[in-house]
Design a protein. Sequence first.
Length: 386
Amino acid sequence: MLRLLHTADVHLGARHADLGTQAAAQRERQFDAFRATVDIAIAEKVDAVLIAGDLFDSNVQPRRSVERVAAELKRLVDARIRTVIVPGTHDVYDRASIYRAYDLPALAGAVGSDLVTVLTPDRPDIHFKSLDAVVYGRCFETKRAPVSPLADFDAESDARATWRIGLLHGALAIPDKTDHDDVVFSKDEVAASGLDYLALGHWHSVQQGKAGGTSYAYAGAPEPVALDQDRAGKVLLVSLDQRESRKTVSIEERQVGRTRFERVEIDAAKPASQPAIVEALRKRADPDLVLDVQVIGVRPDALDLHVDEVMEQLAGSFLKIRVRDRSTAPLTGGPIPSAETILGAFIRDVEARVAELEAADEPSAAEWRDVLRLGRLLLTGAEVTL
């Protein structure tokens, strides 16, 4: 059995301009997630760690940041766990590449060994004899790939080892969605690759699948890079096994990120006031929580709501909070339209139904009151978000 830990899109050093004063804290969360990834690799005694691109958010990083990464890689070196890295589209292997500027294997104490390897166009694979495995890195010296990284690639003819592992950073082709991505490959190319496992980076949410005999997966970002990536925060433990002539690949998600996401809807008809909304949301306070709040339904005249004030009052209680008012003001009072109109007939019919239900003390009377209120809005052309 071969056991791997697969990660990608760590984006160390990201600026997070949308987070303001929280940007530095989020950068530390990203580094903490990378450290947690190394912790899992050591605890699980994996054979190798695969980093499928964009370990760094850009090729411009202070030496201290590179040394922090090297210190974590040295922990893997000391545990005799191999690390294989392929450049991505943010830390692209161009002339200004961070992997040219710094000798990461040397900084991690892996000189003269195969314990830290950066795969490049000049070094497209690494054969680990002791693991009976070859890892192939598919990358280019330009951010935009001139061709698919899997074009004409076939690992099946490579007789050096039992296990053939691919490592690349790019988008699995989806018509009308990935046409303008920098690096694109097709599912048919994955199926024809002859790989046992293809470790992917670029998409920040965990995804996995199979094409032909090749299992593939995106590990996603171990900590969200943008605050709408609610499927980020994971790394993958991958086990490859062979019984007689049958190979199997199993993939297990592990949580390493701290950032959580929550979406909340507030019925505008229920809170008594804006302070009541603020107090209710403050009870969810969590510095690792991204909270997305929508106020919906019909807003009573008594509710004076200013979402900017709500967000300002709660900003320090969350990593980020967004409040959107999707509610609709009620109709103003006035005479009921003629019974010969659709609106007039609707109001009279529903009011009669409400009266019957209230006379019988039926709980559904409240629902019919909502039907009346919303129906009047819709029939007058108002937009209502439910």
